[in-house]
Write a protein that binds this ligand. Structure first.
Ligand SMILES: [Zn+2]
Length: 234
């Protein structure tokens, strides 16, 4: 194998690894966002499970205030009864007091129904809370592993960058330029083998002359179709 090809293959290997690492790093924010969405969805599910419970709480407070209002009314009516001398006014107040007492009984019945509903919601809420906590824990573990992965990838990136500098060090400048352009334009594959007379980069047959030149291993030969640098598999 031509020494230049050997050097370029080492460089391409480091560049491909570096490219994979950079691709992985670039995907991390998206993964983090996905985990955040999972967490938000878990929060929303729990919130939905709790919402009826909250409504019941609000409704119960409202009913308690209504009872209080009716009790105040009764208190006022009774005071008025003490002050009046008129029989018809006294019995009208008595009637009002009875109405208010009936209303209180009705309100308390409604409160009871709400309390029973709240009680019946408890197992579902418990389950929703547990599911939420489990989901949260899972996502947090995932997030922590993303941080570790990021650190490892950053370290690997530095390593590979240093290795590629070493690998590129004694490659002649024009050839390095040619390789670099190919690596960029050919999606990270600048050097490919010729197998059964076919360029494994573009999968086109190379002509006999080119194939012979590649086999001779005297100079750097490019694929006539795709331009990639060709070499014989060892
Ligand atoms: Zn080709």
């Amino acid at each position: 194998m031509l020494p230049e090809i050997e050097k370029l293959l080492t460089l391409q290997n480091r560049d491909q690894k570096l490219r994979a690492v950079l691709t992985e790093i670039a995907a991390l924010p998206g993964e983090k966002a996905a985990r955040e969405r999972e967490l938000k969805a878990a929060d929303d599910r729990l919130e939905a499970a709790r919402s009826r419970q909250r409504e019941i709480e609000i409704e119960r407070k409202k009913l308690e205030l209504e009872v209080k209002g009716k009790q105040d009314q009764i208190f006022r009516y009774k005071n008025q009864q003490l002050e009046t001398r008129k029989n018809d006014e006294f019995s009208a107040l008595k009637h009002e007091i009875e109405n208010a007492e009936k209303a209180i009984v009705e309100i308390e019945d409604r409160e009871l129904v709400l309390m029973e509903e709240a009680e019946s919601l408890k197992p579902a809420l418990q389950a929703a809370q547990e599911a939420h906590d489990a989901e949260q824990k899972k996502v947090e573990t995932h997030m922590a592993s993303l941080v570790t992965r990021r650190e490892n990838l950053d370290a690997r990136q530095k390593e590979l960058e240093a290795e590629r500098i070493t690998a590129a060090a004694d490659i002649e400048e024009d050839l390095l330029d040619r390789y670099t352009r190919l690596f960029k334009s050919k999606n990270g594959v600048a050097l490919v083998t010729v197998e059964h007379g076919v360029c494994t980069g573009c999968h086109m047959q190379v002509n006999m002359q080119t194939h012979l030149e590649v086999r001779a291993e005297k100079e750097i030969i490019g694929c006539p179709q795709c331009g990639r640098i060709l070499y014989e598999p060892q």
